[in-house]
Design a protein. Structure first.
Length: 134
């Protein structure tokens, strides 16, 4: 195993949703940012890393029937705006379900899936998606 492969596998944000929390105004953000957009200058030095739980509920969604040609996704598929328990809103695909099962208010949880690979022996890129919670 090479050092590079180990570095990427052990990188904390690799298979986690890592955001930031402003200790000044108590807001959480994803993706991470250095300055809180709510309290700006007062947030210097008060932004702390925070792991997002991965649990939330569908706030809004759409069913895609005609995807961009570069995406190799089976249609139809669901894209949803998910309100996480920490208050952060994330946009992602809902997988492993019939689009008819998705509805506003439905509980979901994050899952990580392979998005693409750089050549046959290249780096594999993973990303977050959601699946319906049981």
């Amino acid at each position: 195993m090479t050092a590079t492969a180990r570095f990427w596998r052990e990188f904390p944000a690799r298979y986690n949703l890592i955001g930031v929390h402003c200790e000044n105004c108590n807001q959480t953000y994803f993706p991470p940012r250095g300055i809180c957009p709510n309290c700006t200058r007062k947030s210097f030095g008060k932004m702390r890393s925070r792991k997002i739980s991965g649990e939330g509920e569908v706030f809004s969604y759409t069913v895609v029937h005609d995807p961009h040609p570069e995406y190799e996704l089976q249609v139809p598929y669901v894209m949803a705006l998910v309100k996480m328990t920490e208050g952060v809103n994330l946009l992602a695909q809902v997988v492993d379900c019939d689009p008819k099962e998705v509805e506003v208010g439905k509980k979901v949880k994050v899952c990580f899936r392979k998005l693409r690979q750089e050549g046959e022996s290249g780096i594999i890129h993973y990303g977050f998606k959601f699946k319906l919670a049981e």
